[in-house]
Design a protein around this ligand. Structure first.
Ligand SMILES: *Cc1c(COP(=O)(O)O)cnc(C)c1O
Length: 409
């Protein structure tokens, strides 16, 4: 492995994780026990959501969501193309068809409500949104479209754990939240309206705890919902569609069980749940660190010709999962990334648009063009961002970018 001076991401793992993992091993109870229950309870409480169900990955979370919403062959789901391929693959798992919507602009890289609307047909059953990089989608508009047309909304919140959306009109009747907040710059602002944790606005929210996400269980994920019916279905579908042991007991000590719906094995284990508990405790602190570093990038990259930092404006608080920048046409992306690699700086691309992948082209899903998505797909570079990164690392990265630009022909 290359010894990066500044890697793309790094984990905050310490003795808290080690102790909890050791305790699970010592207990010899390895799967679907009290630790998983505790993890689900803690996560649900953190989000303020009624049901949180832990699963094996973010992809499993998305799949379960699509299945229990009853999506299947003949159904269309509008989703972004500027996302990780799992968002669209999970729609295919259910047998439904992803229909790709373009992003809002070169500043806001989340899916455009207007484009969602233009993609809706008689077959559309759901909208899958992705809070790209941890920045909230325009949920007021998206929920309005969904309600008017009776569509489900699945939030792929894989980037967005801990992020928030500020709404002036969503979920009327819930209590207003006019609190003082400290922004990443240390300023006091008043949030007028309602704030919602990302993942709790649509019908089902899906989280990933993959090894490079804001909190990790190595592999893992979570589905959350306020709806009892969907939660019950997801709990059963997570474990082969079997009636659960507790349910059996409740019904009167059945030694056998029934299979009452299509099911999978998406059960998480106690080792990973124990990692999740430890990681959740650090999440807010680490997200604050991410926001401060992202602000520093913003300040330091401001005014540099040819480099643009998206998300000048957004409605809420970002979990700052990644730090995307956009290069002007005159800058060769490969050559800049190669130069940064030479300086020991690891970068990445988020994302090659899903609709342009060979598989999705073969399915005939690459038309019509998504001009903004394709443009960003060509010009985006992701800079290092992780909670244990130092301000000096950001300065080093920005200096290297400036150095590259200064030597451009
Ligand atoms: C990581 C990710 C997923 C998939 O999560 P896994 O846990 O890796 O299965 C889905 N969607 C997005 C946007 C992601 O970033």
């Amino acid at each position: 492995m290359t010894d990066w001076k500044v890697p793309l991401f790094d984990l905050d793992l310490g003795h808290e994780e080690r102790e909890r993992v050791k305790a699970v091993l010592d207990s010899k109870w390895l799967t679907m026990g009290q630790v998983t229950k505790d993890f689900e309870d803690a996560f649900g409480e953190y989000l303020g959501v009624k049901h949180a169900i832990a699963v094996t990955s973010g992809t499993a979370a998305l799949h379960l969501a699509n299945v229990v919403l009853g999506l299947g062959p003949g159904d269309e789901v509008v989703c972004p193309s500027l996302t990780f391929v799992a968002t669209a693959n999970a729609i295919r798992y259910a047998g439904a068809t992803p229909v790709f919507g373009d992003i809002q602009s070169q500043d806001n890289l989340t899916i455009s409500a207007g484009d969602i609307e233009s993609k809706i047909t008689e077959q559309t059953r759901a909208i899958a949104v992705v809070h790209y990089a941890g920045f909230p989608c325009h949920m007021d508009e998206i929920m309005k479209i969904a309600r008017e047309r009776n569509l489900f909304v699945v939030e792929d919140a894989a980037h967005a754990v801990g992020g928030e959306y500020v709404s002036s009109k969503l979920k009327m009747g819930s209590k207003p939240d006019d609190r003082q907040r400290t922004t990443e710059n240390g300023e006091q602002t008043t949030v007028n309206g309602h704030t919602y944790k990302l993942g709790t606005i649509g019908d089902i929210g899906c989280f990933s705890f993959f090894g490079n996400k804001n909190m990790t269980t190595a592999e893992g994920g979570m589905v959350v919902t306020d709806r009892d019916d969907l939660a019950e279905k997801m709990r059963i579908a997570r474990s082969h569609g079997m009636t659960s042991l507790t349910w059996d007991r409740y019904k009167g000590h059945d030694f056998s069980y029934d299979v009452i719906q299509m099911g999978f094995n998406y059960r998480i284990d106690e080792v990973r749940s124990s990692l999740g508990i430890a990681q959740l405790k650090k999440l807010d602190k680490n997200n604050r660190a991410r926001r401060a570093l992202w602000s520093l990038y913003k300040d330091m990259l401001d005014g540099i010709d040819g480099i643009k930092l998206p998300f000048a404006e957004f409605d809420g608080i970002s979990s700052c999962h990644i730090s995307p920048i956009l290069l002007s046409e005159s800058i060769k992306r490969d050559s800049l990334m190669e130069y940064l690699r030479g300086q020991g700086i690891q970068t990445s691309i988020h994302y090659p648009p899903v609709h342009l992948f060979s598989y999705y082209k073969k399915l005939g899903l690459s038309e019509p063009h998504l001009h903004l998505t394709e443009d960003v797909g060509r010009r985006e570079v992701t800079l290092p961002l992780f909670p244990t990164m130092r301000a000096g690392d950001v300065e080093y990265v920005v200096k290297a970018i400036k150095g590259y630009l200064a030597n451009q022909p």
